[in-house]
Design a protein around this ligand. Structure first.
Ligand code: C5P
Length: 221
């Protein structure tokens, strides 16, 4: 049967990976494909939600019926997510946001000076958008969901991250060879601030997405 349990809800999803430019041709980036975030947007729309998808550097086409805002940097992603979150019932941060960006942007292409030692690359911290959204909720009862990719002590690190970021749910993936990044399938544990722990076995990103929306819908005031 077709589900309509998100009808009347506005949800915001971030997807993809930010790129932090060094100069007009170079950036610091990551391997996020955007597939998980796009799956979240598609499944929410299929359940009746109005969806704003903030997509960072993803090649994927916008899902039908979804409002897509394309961004590049963490700063642009933050602006777009905060604006859309103002009237949202839920925000899901599936994007891989750069923790750091180059301290300076060179207007011209950085030159390789002959025989010179390479210059150290100076970085500055990016704001943590998930922590900011969780700490200053745009609306009472807004549900905030984060994603975490961990390589070891997945559950312990996930619990600590959930507490630190103050979100309602944290979807924890184990990352490694062939897992998660760019893959069609995913396996995760969804941790709740209420102490709940929901294991989602290896399977399509749409199935994990629907499970996330089930857990979000349960928490709506
Ligand atoms: O701290 P870590 O990067 O592992 O946390 C991942 C979660 O935090 C993801 O939901 C990601 O979208 C979010 N994040 C953020 N702003 C940052 C870094 C990560 O919102 N600067």
């Amino acid at each position: 049967a077709e589900r309509t349990d998100l009808t009347g809800r506005h949800v915001v999803v971030s997807a993809g990976g930010t790129r932090e430019p060094l100069d007009p041709v170079r950036f610091l980036g990551n391997r996020s494909s955007g597939k998980q975030g796009f799956a979240l947007a598609r499944t929410a729309a299929a359940r009746g939600a109005r969806v704003t998808l903030v997509a960072a550097n993803s090649e994927l086409p916008g899902p039908a019926g979804v409002d897509v805002v394309r961004v590049g940097t963490a700063a642009q992603l933050r602006e777009a997510v905060l604006e859309a979150a103002a009237d949202a019932d839920a925000v899901v941060m599936a994007a891989a946001v750069a923790d750091f960006r180059p301290a300076a942007y060179a207007e011209g292409k950085i030159k390789k000076r002959k025989d010179a030692e390479p210059e150290p690359l100076e970085l500055v911290r990016n704001p943590d958008i998930l922590a900011e959204l969780s700490t200053d909720r745009a609306r009472a009862g807004q549900i905030v969901v984060g994603f975490a990719a961990e390589t070891d002590d997945v559950l312990a690190n996930g619990r600590a991250k959930l507490a630190r970021k103050r979100c309602d749910l944290l979807v924890v993936n184990e990352v490694g060879e062939g897992k998660t990044f760019g893959a069609e399938e995913n396996e995760a544990v969804v941790l709740g601030a209420d102490g709940s722990e929901t294991a989602v076995p290896y399977g399509p990103k749409d199935v994990l997405s629907d499970k996330v929306w089930d857990l979000v819908a349960l928490r709506f005031p």
